[in-house]
Design a protein around this ligand. Structure first.
Ligand code: ATP
Length: 325
């Protein structure tokens, strides 16, 4: 196996709080272990176009507290083609990059797997997504911060919902995975969650909400995973039509969920997996994602971590139902 001297690092897909902490960890652990590090801007697009800068420890100073990604991120259609990935490989050769660390979600790590296999190139992935939809790690970088952001927002909505005795449908991110909606519903004491993994019957939902309101509750909050067709607006409309007596409102949290300073959990996760990526390269690993499972750093083959059917524990539905009476 060829000796690795220079490691390129990029962030790809949706930004997630803690990506900066991961960039810092890879850079600092890399330099500590004698590698040179190059930052690649705008994800795979920057890799194709050659937007590369040599990084020193100073380039990552003071970023552990910051949300977003100093490397910027992008979605790049061209990288999904062999021709696009070939251009990316040319950049690596030209820049003397011998290995890549890719921080991103399911799509980004799928691209990383294809690139690594096609060009026999060492690639290590870090789980950077607010959605928590990657196998092989207990949590992804950004998920905990986003849950805390949602919780703070919903706590505020609860104050006004209580005061006016209203029903709120609060839409959160996670169109393909209900981790955020289901867990935030529990954390916020919401009355129900609507997630992509489960079908939701509007009549049942309305009756359930009405029962709560009539009994003892002053308000009702339902957390809904975003969806192009069946998001919070859809459910609010249906409930309003069928139960005109309810005072129903909608709040779509949108992009504010992505921003903000990462939580302690995400900073530690990003730091440990970032250092783990360098350790993986030293061990000669390739085409694996670094995760943390049961408090231990683990290396998970890309093909395993990008399976699309990671689901939250269904017992959480029972917990929510039992606690929201
Ligand atoms: P998030 O979880 O925040 O959405 P993600 O990494 O899943 O992050 P995507 O938009 O799905 O975000 O993917 C990011 C980029 O990864 C894409 O723009 C594309 O360049 C690359 N990518 C995605 N899917 C593939 C694929 N099947 N083959 C090659 N590259 C891919």
């Amino acid at each position: 196996m060829a000796k690795i001297n220079c490691i390129g690092i990029l962030t790809s897909g949706g930004d997630a709080p803690g990506m900066n902490a991961a960039i810092r960890a890879v850079t600092r652990a890399g330099i500590s272990n004698g590698f040179s590090i190059k930052g690649i801007y705008r994800g795979y697009e920057g890799l194709i176009k050659g937007e590369v800068k040599a990084f020193t420890t100073e380039d990552v100073s003071g970023i552990i507290t910051r949300g977003g990604t100093i490397l910027k991120t992008a979605r790049c259609k061209e990288f999904t083609t062999h021709e696009g990935r070939e251009k990316a490989y040319e950049t690596c050769k030209r820049e003397g990059i011998d290995a890549l660390v890719v921080i991103g979600g399911n799509g980004s790590l799928t691209g990383a797997r294809d690139f690594g296999m096609e060009f026999d190139f060492p690639v290590i992935g870090l789980p950077g997504t607010i959605d928590n939809d990657l196998y092989g790690t207990d949590a992804t970088i950004g998920y905990d911060t986003t849950m805390n952001t949602i919780m703070e927002c919903v706590d505020r909505i609860r104050d006004t919902a209580n005061s006016h005795e209203r029903i709120f449908f609060v839409e959160v991110m996670g169109r393909d995975a209900g981790f955020l909606a289901q867990n935030c519903a529990i954390a916020c004491g919401a009355e129900a969650a609507i997630v992509p993994e489960e079908t939701t019957d509007v009549d049942q939902l309305a009756q359930f909400m009405g029962r709560g309101i009539r009994k003892s509750k002053k308000s009702c909050i339902v957390i809904v995973s975003e969806s192009p067709k069946c998001g919070a607006l859809y459910y609010a409309d249906r409930v309003k039509k069928e139960f005109p007596g309810f005072d129903v409102r909608v709040s779509i949290l949108g992009h504010l969920q992505r921003g903000g300073s990462p939580s302690a959990h995400d900073r530690i996760l990003a730091s440990c997996t970032g250092a783990g990526a360098i350790e993986a390269i030293k061990q000669g690993q390739r085409n694996v994602m670094v995760g943390i499972r049961n408090n231990e750093v683990v290396y998970v083959p890309f093909s395993e971590c990008i399976r699309t059917d990671k689901r939250f524990d269904k017992r959480l539905i029972t917990v929510l139902n039992e606690l929201s009476i």
